[in-house]
Write a protein that binds this ligand. Sequence first.
Ligand SMILES: C[S@@+](CC[C@H](N)C(=O)[O-])C[C@H]1O[C@@H](n2cnc3c(N)ncnc32)[C@H](O)[C@@H]1O
Length: 179
Amino acid sequence: MPEPHHDSLGPSLWVIRFASLIRAGGPVLDLACGRGRHVGLLLERGHRVVALDRDAEALATLPKCAELEIIAADLEDGSPWPLAARRFAGIVVTNYLHRPLFPMILGALEPAGVLIYETFAAGNERFGRPRNPDHLLKPGELLELARGPCEVIAYEFIEVAVPRPAVVQRICARKLGGS
Ligand SMILES: C[S@@+](CC[C@H](N)C(=O)[O-])C[C@H]1O[C@@H](n2cnc3c(N)ncnc32)[C@H](O)[C@@H]1O
């Protein structure tokens, strides 16, 4: 049976579970948003959303509305971080990994801002792509990322069966410094 393409997936249950922790009405960044399977969810929750991806074709499928800012940018071509000093109440990253961005992602969270991150991890090679270690989190890697600047609300490093067999790591963490 062919693997479901990420574009055909609904929102991640992990993102759905923790989206309510993002400050009501606060701006949210969906980094490497693809066709925006989380954009609708975040807009429905009343957030202003910044959806960023390098794939102009995918971005063209996103809804056009005042609450949604669409940014076409390549995050890996050596250009400066495209969000400059902007800060977000929430940042969602799913099925995307480019380790050099970790400091920028954490830096773009406002105090008490919530990071919801879920992507493939070591062990996923057994099930399919991605297999490249550059695209697979190492054991505990998201935990190490968040510890220090954030309090960790939930973390898993787990083999899942749906939407297809895979090994994923996922975290929800809140940046320290809020009141
Ligand atoms: C597997 S898809 C995940 C999309 C979405 N986050 C989701 O979970 O449905 C990976 C996304 O990362 C984007 N991407 C890959 N490399 C990128 C880069 N260098 N800069 C910006 N976006 C990139 C791709 O265009 C694609 O939309």
